[in-house]
Design a protein around this ligand. Structure first.
Ligand code: F6R
Length: 261
Protein backbone atom coordinates (compact mmCIF):
# COMPACT_ATOMS: atom_id res chain seq x y z
CA UNK A 1 0.00 0.00 0.00
CA UNK A 2 1.32 3.43 -0.93
CA UNK A 3 0.55 6.24 1.53
CA UNK A 4 0.85 9.80 0.21
CA UNK A 5 0.54 12.81 2.51
CA UNK A 6 -0.30 16.10 0.79
CA UNK A 7 -1.05 19.62 2.05
CA UNK A 8 -4.69 19.72 0.91
CA UNK A 9 -7.43 18.23 -1.23
CA UNK A 10 -6.33 20.16 -4.33
CA UNK A 11 -2.85 18.65 -4.20
CA UNK A 12 -4.42 15.22 -3.71
CA UNK A 13 -6.78 15.86 -6.63
CA UNK A 14 -3.89 16.65 -8.98
CA UNK A 15 -2.18 13.33 -8.22
CA UNK A 16 -5.37 11.28 -8.60
CA UNK A 17 -6.38 13.14 -11.78
CA UNK A 18 -2.89 12.42 -13.18
CA UNK A 19 -3.46 8.70 -12.58
CA UNK A 20 -6.89 8.79 -14.26
CA UNK A 21 -5.53 10.84 -17.18
CA UNK A 22 -2.64 8.41 -17.71
CA UNK A 23 -4.98 5.41 -17.51
CA UNK A 24 -7.37 6.85 -20.10
CA UNK A 25 -4.50 7.83 -22.41
CA UNK A 26 -3.25 4.22 -22.33
CA UNK A 27 -6.70 2.64 -22.33
CA UNK A 28 -9.46 4.98 -23.58
CA UNK A 29 -12.18 2.40 -22.84
CA UNK A 30 -11.04 1.93 -19.22
CA UNK A 31 -13.58 1.16 -16.52
CA UNK A 32 -13.67 3.64 -13.65
CA UNK A 33 -15.11 3.04 -10.19
CA UNK A 34 -16.76 6.11 -8.71
CA UNK A 35 -17.43 7.05 -5.08
CA UNK A 36 -19.89 9.69 -3.99
CA UNK A 37 -19.62 11.82 -0.83
CA UNK A 38 -17.38 14.84 -0.19
CA UNK A 39 -13.94 13.22 -0.42
CA UNK A 40 -13.61 12.86 -4.22
CA UNK A 41 -15.18 16.22 -5.12
CA UNK A 42 -11.86 18.00 -5.71
CA UNK A 43 -10.76 15.07 -7.90
CA UNK A 44 -13.94 15.31 -9.96
CA UNK A 45 -13.55 19.09 -10.31
CA UNK A 46 -9.99 18.63 -11.57
CA UNK A 47 -11.08 15.94 -14.05
CA UNK A 48 -13.88 18.20 -15.31
CA UNK A 49 -11.35 21.01 -15.81
CA UNK A 50 -9.05 18.70 -17.76
CA UNK A 51 -11.94 17.36 -19.83
CA UNK A 52 -12.99 20.90 -20.75
CA UNK A 53 -9.35 21.63 -21.70
CA UNK A 54 -9.34 18.46 -23.88
CA UNK A 55 -6.56 16.98 -21.73
CA UNK A 56 -8.59 13.83 -21.03
CA UNK A 57 -11.62 12.20 -22.62
CA UNK A 58 -14.13 9.88 -21.00
CA UNK A 59 -16.03 9.31 -24.27
CA UNK A 60 -15.09 5.63 -24.53
CA UNK A 61 -14.84 4.89 -20.80
CA UNK A 62 -17.40 3.23 -18.55
CA UNK A 63 -18.11 3.80 -14.89
CA UNK A 64 -19.58 1.84 -12.00
CA UNK A 65 -20.73 3.40 -8.77
CA UNK A 66 -19.96 1.89 -5.39
CA UNK A 67 -23.33 2.13 -3.72
CA UNK A 68 -26.84 3.50 -3.63
CA UNK A 69 -29.47 4.26 -1.03
CA UNK A 70 -32.47 1.94 -0.99
CA UNK A 71 -35.83 3.53 -1.61
CA UNK A 72 -34.91 7.12 -2.50
CA UNK A 73 -37.22 8.30 -5.30
CA UNK A 74 -35.68 8.39 -8.79
CA UNK A 75 -35.66 12.19 -8.83
CA UNK A 76 -34.37 12.64 -5.24
CA UNK A 77 -31.28 14.89 -5.42
CA UNK A 78 -29.40 12.72 -2.87
CA UNK A 79 -29.94 9.51 -4.80
CA UNK A 80 -26.33 8.62 -5.62
CA UNK A 81 -27.16 8.13 -9.31
CA UNK A 82 -28.25 11.79 -9.38
CA UNK A 83 -25.40 12.98 -7.15
CA UNK A 84 -22.70 11.51 -9.37
CA UNK A 85 -24.34 13.03 -12.46
CA UNK A 86 -24.43 16.46 -10.82
CA UNK A 87 -20.93 16.27 -9.37
CA UNK A 88 -19.10 14.53 -12.19
CA UNK A 89 -20.51 12.41 -14.99
CA UNK A 90 -22.95 15.06 -16.24
CA UNK A 91 -20.04 17.51 -16.51
CA UNK A 92 -17.72 15.37 -18.68
CA UNK A 93 -18.06 13.59 -22.04
CA UNK A 94 -18.86 10.13 -20.68
CA UNK A 95 -22.00 8.61 -22.23
CA UNK A 96 -24.93 8.61 -19.79
CA UNK A 97 -25.65 4.93 -20.51
CA UNK A 98 -22.03 4.02 -19.69
CA UNK A 99 -22.56 4.95 -16.02
CA UNK A 100 -24.12 2.28 -13.85
CA UNK A 101 -25.02 1.94 -10.19
CA UNK A 102 -26.81 -0.62 -8.04
CA UNK A 103 -30.58 -0.33 -8.46
CA UNK A 104 -31.85 0.87 -5.09
CA UNK A 105 -35.40 0.95 -6.42
CA UNK A 106 -35.48 -2.63 -7.73
CA UNK A 107 -38.31 -4.84 -6.43
CA UNK A 108 -36.12 -7.94 -6.32
CA UNK A 109 -33.08 -6.68 -4.39
CA UNK A 110 -31.01 -9.90 -4.50
CA UNK A 111 -31.55 -10.10 -8.28
CA UNK A 112 -30.53 -6.44 -8.67
CA UNK A 113 -27.34 -7.13 -6.70
CA UNK A 114 -26.49 -10.20 -8.80
CA UNK A 115 -27.14 -8.23 -11.99
CA UNK A 116 -24.77 -5.51 -10.79
CA UNK A 117 -21.98 -7.99 -10.08
CA UNK A 118 -22.55 -9.53 -13.54
CA UNK A 119 -22.40 -6.10 -15.21
CA UNK A 120 -19.06 -5.26 -13.56
CA UNK A 121 -17.62 -8.64 -14.58
CA UNK A 122 -18.97 -8.32 -18.15
CA UNK A 123 -17.24 -4.94 -18.46
CA UNK A 124 -13.95 -6.66 -17.61
CA UNK A 125 -13.80 -5.34 -14.04
CA UNK A 126 -12.91 -1.90 -12.71
CA UNK A 127 -9.49 -0.55 -13.73
CA UNK A 128 -9.25 2.28 -11.21
CA UNK A 129 -11.54 2.53 -8.19
CA UNK A 130 -11.86 5.87 -6.39
CA UNK A 131 -12.77 5.43 -2.72
CA UNK A 132 -13.57 7.54 0.31
CA UNK A 133 -13.61 6.20 3.86
CA UNK A 134 -16.23 6.58 6.58
CA UNK A 135 -15.30 7.71 10.09
CA UNK A 136 -16.13 4.14 11.17
CA UNK A 137 -13.77 2.67 8.58
CA UNK A 138 -16.33 1.71 5.95
CA UNK A 139 -15.50 1.75 2.26
CA UNK A 140 -18.48 1.92 -0.07
CA UNK A 141 -21.16 1.16 2.52
CA UNK A 142 -19.47 -1.90 4.01
CA UNK A 143 -20.06 -1.10 7.64
CA UNK A 144 -18.09 -2.65 10.54
CA UNK A 145 -18.76 -6.37 10.69
CA UNK A 146 -19.03 -6.71 6.92
CA UNK A 147 -17.65 -9.93 5.50
CA UNK A 148 -14.22 -9.31 4.05
CA UNK A 149 -15.32 -11.47 1.08
CA UNK A 150 -18.73 -9.81 0.62
CA UNK A 151 -20.32 -9.08 -2.76
CA UNK A 152 -22.95 -6.53 -3.76
CA UNK A 153 -25.85 -6.76 -1.31
CA UNK A 154 -28.20 -4.82 0.91
CA UNK A 155 -26.74 -3.36 4.12
CA UNK A 156 -28.15 -1.48 7.09
CA UNK A 157 -26.36 1.85 7.59
CA UNK A 158 -24.94 2.44 11.05
CA UNK A 159 -26.33 5.30 13.09
CA UNK A 160 -22.87 6.94 12.82
CA UNK A 161 -22.95 6.88 9.01
CA UNK A 162 -26.50 8.22 8.97
CA UNK A 163 -25.41 11.01 11.34
CA UNK A 164 -22.38 11.73 9.14
CA UNK A 165 -24.59 11.92 6.03
CA UNK A 166 -27.44 13.92 7.62
CA UNK A 167 -25.68 17.05 6.29
CA UNK A 168 -26.92 16.06 2.84
CA UNK A 169 -30.50 15.70 4.15
CA UNK A 170 -31.17 19.10 5.78
CA UNK A 171 -29.37 17.84 8.94
CA UNK A 172 -32.43 15.67 9.55
CA UNK A 173 -31.48 12.12 10.57
CA UNK A 174 -35.02 10.90 9.88
CA UNK A 175 -34.62 11.70 6.19
CA UNK A 176 -31.44 9.62 5.84
CA UNK A 177 -32.30 6.16 4.46
CA UNK A 178 -31.62 3.21 6.75
CA UNK A 179 -30.56 0.82 3.98
CA UNK A 180 -28.31 0.81 0.96
CA UNK A 181 -27.04 -1.48 -1.76
CA UNK A 182 -23.28 -1.62 -1.84
CA UNK A 183 -20.50 -3.35 -3.67
CA UNK A 184 -18.98 -5.81 -1.22
CA UNK A 185 -15.42 -5.75 0.02
CA UNK A 186 -14.76 -8.77 -2.19
CA UNK A 187 -16.16 -6.87 -5.17
CA UNK A 188 -14.01 -3.81 -4.49
CA UNK A 189 -10.93 -6.01 -4.12
CA UNK A 190 -11.34 -7.19 -7.75
CA UNK A 191 -10.61 -3.66 -9.04
CA UNK A 192 -7.10 -3.42 -10.48
CA UNK A 193 -6.08 -0.22 -8.66
CA UNK A 194 -7.67 1.16 -5.49
CA UNK A 195 -7.25 4.90 -4.86
CA UNK A 196 -8.60 6.12 -1.53
CA UNK A 197 -8.73 9.81 -0.61
CA UNK A 198 -9.40 11.26 2.85
CA UNK A 199 -9.02 14.69 4.41
CA UNK A 200 -9.69 16.14 7.85
CA UNK A 201 -9.03 15.15 11.46
CA UNK A 202 -12.33 13.26 11.66
CA UNK A 203 -10.82 10.66 9.31
CA UNK A 204 -7.57 10.25 11.28
CA UNK A 205 -8.65 7.23 13.33
CA UNK A 206 -10.03 5.38 10.31
CA UNK A 207 -6.86 6.12 8.32
CA UNK A 208 -4.71 4.91 11.20
CA UNK A 209 -6.55 1.58 11.25
CA UNK A 210 -6.58 1.29 7.45
CA UNK A 211 -2.83 1.75 7.08
CA UNK A 212 -1.35 0.53 10.36
CA UNK A 213 -4.03 -1.54 12.08
CA UNK A 214 -4.80 -5.24 11.96
CA UNK A 215 -6.98 -6.51 9.15
CA UNK A 216 -10.40 -6.88 10.68
CA UNK A 217 -14.07 -6.71 9.73
CA UNK A 218 -14.40 -4.12 12.53
CA UNK A 219 -12.44 -1.69 10.30
CA UNK A 220 -13.59 -2.86 6.87
CA UNK A 221 -11.17 -0.69 4.86
CA UNK A 222 -8.28 -2.71 6.31
CA UNK A 223 -9.00 -5.36 3.67
CA UNK A 224 -7.10 -3.01 1.34
CA UNK A 225 -3.88 -4.18 3.01
CA UNK A 226 -4.37 -7.37 0.98
CA UNK A 227 -4.66 -5.52 -2.33
CA UNK A 228 -1.55 -5.61 -4.56
CA UNK A 229 -2.10 -2.06 -5.85
CA UNK A 230 -3.65 0.31 -3.34
CA UNK A 231 -2.89 4.03 -2.99
CA UNK A 232 -4.08 6.12 -0.04
CA UNK A 233 -3.89 9.92 -0.30
CA UNK A 234 -4.48 12.02 2.80
CA UNK A 235 -3.91 15.54 4.11
CA UNK A 236 -1.91 16.27 7.28
CA UNK A 237 -4.99 16.18 9.50
CA UNK A 238 -6.12 12.76 8.28
CA UNK A 239 -2.49 11.57 8.66
CA UNK A 240 -2.20 12.90 12.22
CA UNK A 241 -2.49 9.50 13.90
CA UNK A 242 -0.09 7.65 11.63
CA UNK A 243 2.87 6.23 13.50
CA UNK A 244 5.10 6.15 10.41
CA UNK A 245 4.05 9.51 8.90
CA UNK A 246 7.65 10.72 8.54
CA UNK A 247 8.60 7.55 6.71
CA UNK A 248 5.64 7.87 4.30
CA UNK A 249 6.61 11.49 3.57
CA UNK A 250 10.23 10.55 2.92
CA UNK A 251 9.20 7.61 0.75
CA UNK A 252 7.08 9.83 -1.48
CA UNK A 253 9.70 12.60 -1.67
CA UNK A 254 12.37 10.13 -2.76
CA UNK A 255 10.16 8.07 -5.06
CA UNK A 256 11.92 7.22 -8.32
CA UNK A 257 10.57 9.31 -11.22
CA UNK A 258 9.85 6.19 -13.28
CA UNK A 259 7.53 4.77 -10.62
CA UNK A 260 3.93 5.71 -11.31
CA UNK A 261 1.07 5.79 -8.82
C1 F6R B 1 -19.98 6.78 -1.02
C2 F6R B 1 -19.10 5.88 -0.32
C3 F6R B 1 -18.74 6.12 1.10
C4 F6R B 1 -18.02 7.44 1.31
C5 F6R B 1 -17.69 7.63 2.79
C6 F6R B 1 -16.98 8.93 3.06
O1 F6R B 1 -20.18 6.33 -2.34
O2 F6R B 1 -18.67 4.95 -0.89
O3 F6R B 1 -17.91 5.08 1.55
O4 F6R B 1 -16.86 7.46 0.55
O5 F6R B 1 -18.87 7.57 3.54
O6 F6R B 1 -17.86 9.98 2.77
P1 F6R B 1 -17.32 11.47 2.67
O7 F6R B 1 -16.38 11.49 1.53
O8 F6R B 1 -18.55 12.30 2.40
O9 F6R B 1 -16.66 11.77 3.97
Amino acid sequence: MELIIQPDDRAIATIVADAVTTLLADKPDAVLGLATGSSPLAVYDELVRRNEASEVSFARSRAFMLDEYVGLAAEHPQRYRNVIETEFTGRVDIRAEAVQGPDGLGEDIPAACRAYEDAIAAAGGVDLQILGIGTDGHIAFNEPGSSLASRTRIKTLTRQTRLDNARFFDDDLEQVPTHCLTQGLGTIMTAKHLVLVATGAHKAEAIHHLVEGSVSAMWPATIMQHHPHATVLVDGAAASRLQLADYYRETYETKPAWQSL
